[in-house]
Design a protein around this ligand. Structure first.
Ligand code: HPA
Ligand code: ZN
Length: 349
């Protein structure tokens, strides 16, 4: 690997912000800022149980994943029309471009919307059009990953896949999210097998709050290519070895883990341990409007709290491109730009 000398802390923080990176774990509904929630509620005549933007923000005090999900699904209730999905994704992509995100693989939760009578076409077409326009206007690459809600049934996931079938050309893969504990990956074995036959990429949330056993079954039963979160893997030495050996990427979300009390203090976060064990870990924002920061905020805060180095920064950004579902040609271009960014910083230190 490219040799990276140490940098002074201020310089390293600047480099973290400036380096090109991919974001692989962002729920687009989790990028809805309170201001946009209120604007869309007004535009669509949807009543909200909060009096103001401030009152809504005040409610963002979470104790675990479920306490967050309850508010997150309430926030998503303002999304009704294709234009709403477009506006939400465009706002995220403009913000991500400011953080030097070269490529984003965006999760969306169609069941949250179809359950309210929103057509699958409105969801996917709105999000996809935003990705296309952002590529043309902002130079950012973006693709979509459809997530099944694991607290719902296998039948509901199959129905969702069927509704999405005519639009599969607009997504690159499927994932699994929502309430983890009590909903192991194997509940969706047959849906994921079908998605695999359809040539879709496969990912799943596992080991955020759930045990290492869920990471094993995501790998061996669902046959996923990446694990979302995965931070509980450190409790299973054999699993750590498997993840390192097969270079299975983990899409880690430090501020999410802090706000949902997985690691209440960021200084106890195990990102550095995962990297030092040779795992292909990456840094991501998960639900940036709810967890206090977009991707650069995740980088700068976790680096400040855990004293990671410029070498870790390079590895994390490199991993994000390696772990993406982009073409080999795109990956080489971004990796070259990454190396150039580091050389510039090192030369001027
Ligand atoms: N975990 C599970 N489901 C989610 C998350 C998460 O962090 N964010 C949005 N849906
Ligand atoms: Zn997530």
């Amino acid at each position: 690997m490219f040799k990276v000398p140490p940098l002074a802390p201020q310089r390293l923080q600047k480099l973290l912000r400036a380096m090109p990176k991919a974001e692989l774990h962002i729920h687009i509904e989790g990028s809805l800022e309170p201001e946009l929630i209120f604007a869309l509620a007004q535009r669509n005549g949807v009543p909200l149980p909060y009096a103001s933007v401030e009152a809504l923000r005040q409610a963002y005090a979470f104790t675990n994943l479920q306490s967050f999900l309850d508010i997150y699904y309430a926030g998503a209730s303002v999304l009704l029309h294709e234009q709403d999905f477009y506006d939400m994704a465009r706002a995220y992509l403009a913000r991500a471009a400011m953080d030097n995100v070269a490529h984003a693989e965006i999760f969306f939760d169609p069941q949250t919307h179809t359950a309210r009578g929103v057509a699958m076409e409105a969801v996917i077409n709105g999000l996809h059009r935003a990705c296309e326009d952002a590529r043309a206007e902002l130079g950012i690459s973006a693709t979509l990953i459809l997530c099944f809600l694991r607290h719902l049934s296998e039948a509901s996931a199959f129905e969702t896949l069927e509704q999405a079938q005519p639009l599969l050309g607009k997504i690159v893969g499927v994932g699994l999210d929502s309430s983890e504990v009590g909903h192991p990956p194997e509940k969706f074995a047959r849906v994921f097998a079908r998605c695999r036959e359809l040539g879709l990429h496969l990912v799943a949330h596992a080991g955020e709050e759930g045990p290492p056993a869920y990471i094993w079954s995501a790998l061996d039963v669902l046959k996923v290519e990446r694990i979302d979160h995965g931070v509980q893997a450190v409790h299973d030495a054999a699993l750590m070895q498997r993840l390192a050996q097969d270079r299975i990427p983990l899409t880690v979300c430090p501020l999410s883990n802090q706000k949902l009390c997985v690691f209440p203090d960021l200084k106890d976060h195990n990102l550095r341990q995962l990297l030092d064990a040779g795992l292909c870990a990456t840094v991501n924002s998960d639900d940036p409007a709810y967890f206090g920061g977009y991707i650069n905020e995740n980088f700068t805060q976790v680096f400040a709290a855990t004293a990671m180095t410029a070498r870790h920064a390079y590895q994390l950004a490199f991993n994000s491109f390696e772990a993406s579902f982009a073409s080999q040609a795109d990956k080489r271009v971004w990796e070259h730009r990454l190396k150039e960014a580091f050389e510039r910083f090192v030369e001027h230190d």
